[in-house]
Design a binder for this molecule. Sequence first.
Ligand code: G3P
Length: 217
Amino acid sequence: MQLFLDGSDIDKIRKYSDFGVIDGVTTNPSIILKSGKNMIEVISELASVVSGSVSAEVSALDSEKMVREGMKLSEIAKNVTVKLPITWDGLRACNTLSKKGISVNMTLCFSSSQALLAAKAGAEYVSPFIGRLDDLNLEGIDLISDIKLIYSHYKFSTKILAASIRTTNHVKQCARLGADVATIPLDVFEKLIKHPLTESGLNQFTADWEKTGQSII
Ligand code: G3P
């Protein structure tokens, strides 16, 4: 499973990208607003730090302007993926942009039928928002399972990019179900490595090693 970071904190993204564990980044208009920076500058910086896909979302609601915005965003860097909302205009723009060889991420996906249409329109990625479904007491993770089953039947090449991830358990569930990508907020990502038994076990090993009086180098 590829791991993307969902955000724009360039310093932390650079740090974890250097570890070799980050495969891409996703942003959206709310993330850009929170950054307080110019979108083009944010995307350009992110695309220079990670070699994988960097999603940049259009602002337009009509397909013609979506295409124009998408083409401008794709010119920022070769690894920019254009994010489009799953609407009829978004699907039409996806079809146009994907035929031009531009990577598209169809976002704000909340149903299997939307994901089916995204695949038919040639999207490279589809972003089911599992956390927002959970917020409505619906089982967001079931959407991942349903899309995976549908895509496997018809061998769609569109990649399932699990989004709106709120917990480390979401990441585990997505990996168990075979999502192609999980895009993870930094606060959740930084919890992935933590386990109290690892911490206590390492403390014990360190204390016992010190008692040996030995050194390796
Ligand atoms: O990439 C989509 C993600 O940023 C949405 O997350 O928590 O706003 O539902 P959230």
